[in-house]
Design a protein around this ligand. Structure first.
Ligand SMILES: C=C(O[C@@H]1C=C(C(=O)O)C=C[C@H]1O)C(=O)O
Length: 373
């Protein structure tokens, strides 16, 4: 059997057998990887000290789920485009009262901002779409073909559920002693041949995220470099992005970095605790794994040394580096029976307008719904 077919057949079989798996491809990358857990045990991690794949909820009162490396079969495939079943399956978006509900949620958030209780809060909703067929692996293939600068994934555990997404947002990654974090916020619709123009509202909203990240990593790092703000495209949207790169002090660990950064003001708000409390008390539904994070935990890779170096003796041995990378679970959906639940939100600051914020969530939902049609 050709390698591609065997790769996806193994996934289909894992799903049929109701066994946990994740299949994913990191941004700007033509490598697809999977981890297939050998039994249906539900492993969690509190310490982030194991190796494997992590899937964490928004609210970390529930510990993240771990597919431990030692309990998994691993596979990878290098490919640019995967043939998937004839593009479209008809589907129907259910009538919703979402608009009114979301606008009144945003208005309430704005009241809290006006009163000075919050600077920014990210408010979200979930939208249901009926599917003609249960075909998550096919949806994954379409996500992979469509969103090249996103982390695309399909994650399944029989005791938790099935999630799919194409997220443009890195929470942070660690490679050896280097920490990279990304501030991503502000949204404009993409229009062909047109560069986005950013208003002070969006620049401010994104700056809150950058300042938060810089402040939160400071106790664990040194010599942080902060890039210029740039526009990046994610499907039918533009966002503002800043990159922060620093060196981790030798006494810090992943748990303290996660606690310091998650959830960032890009998906929660500022101040963090007040925004989180507002979300939990007012959104009126459970975000579960939406705006949580997912990714590789403490994996190893060998990095070859610079061949131009003089120290020939050392060049014979490459260095082994430990790396982890966590992406924020955005532009995602959960599939239950024959329905897809699409999760979308946006940042609210004092200049926000409820009707526009609803429109922004619609644009975000569109990014992911196009894959279902
Ligand atoms: C919350 C979401 O996206 C986040 C919010 C953004 C915004 O408020 O402009 C932009 C990118 C993401 O950090 C989402 O996609 O659901």
């Amino acid at each position: 059997m050709p390698k591609v077919d065997a790769f996806f057949k193994a996934l289909e079989k894992q799903l049929e057998n109701k066994l946990p798996f994740v299949v994913y491809s990191r941004p700007i990358n033509s490598i697809i990887k999977f981890w297939l857990q050998k039994d249906d045990a539900l492993h969690k991690t509190n310490s982030f000290s194991e190796s494997g794949f992590v899937f964490a909820p928004f609210d970390l009162k529930e510990p993240p789920i771990l597919f431990p490396k030692l309990d998994c079969e691993y596979g990878s495939l290098e490919i640019d485009y995967i043939q998937s079943v004839s593009a479209a399956k008809a589907n129907r978006t259910l009538e919703s009262t979402d608009k009114k509900k979301h606008e009144s949620l945003v208005s309430k958030g704005l009241n809290y901002i006006e009163e000075g209780y919050l600077n920014k809060v990210v408010l979200s909703r979930v939208q249901e779409t009926q599917l003609e067929q249960f075909e998550p692996i096919e949806i994954f293939k379409r996500l992979f073909n469509t969103y090249k600068n996103a982390m695309v994934y399909c994650w399944y555990h029989p005791k938790v559920g099935l999630w799919l997404g194409a997220t443009p947002e890195l929470l942070f990654k660690v490679e050896g002693q280097q920490l990279t974090a990304i501030s991503l916020a502000g949204t404009q619709p993409y229009e062909p041949d047109k560069k986005p123009t950013w208003t002070p509202k969006e620049l401010d909203e994104q700056q809150i995220v950058t300042d938060f990240l810089a402040q939160q990593i400071a106790p664990f790092t040194s010599s942080t470099k902060i890039s210029e703000v740039e526009s990046i495209r994610a499907g039918n949207l533009w966002h503002l992005k800043t990159r922060l790169i620093s060196t981790i002090s030798s006494n810090s660990n992943l748990t303290s970095i996660v606690e310091a950064l998650h959830p960032t003001p890009a998906v929660c708000g500022f101040p963090k605790d007040r925004a989180k409390e507002f979300i939990l008390n007012n959104e009126g539904y459970d975000r579960a794994y939406y705006t949580g994070f997912l990714g590789e935990l403490n994996l190893k890779k060998s990095v070859s040394r610079n061949p131009n170096r003089r120290n020939v003796e050392n060049n014979a041995y490459g260095a082994i580096k430990t790396f982890s990378n966590f992406y924020v679970n955005l532009r995602c959906m959960q599939i239950k029976d024959d329905s897809a639940f699409i999760y979308v939100g946006g940042g609210i600051t004092k200049e926000s307008n409820p009707a526009k914020e609803y429109e922004e969530t619609q644009n975000k939902a569109e990014t992911i719904s196009t894959i279902l049609r």
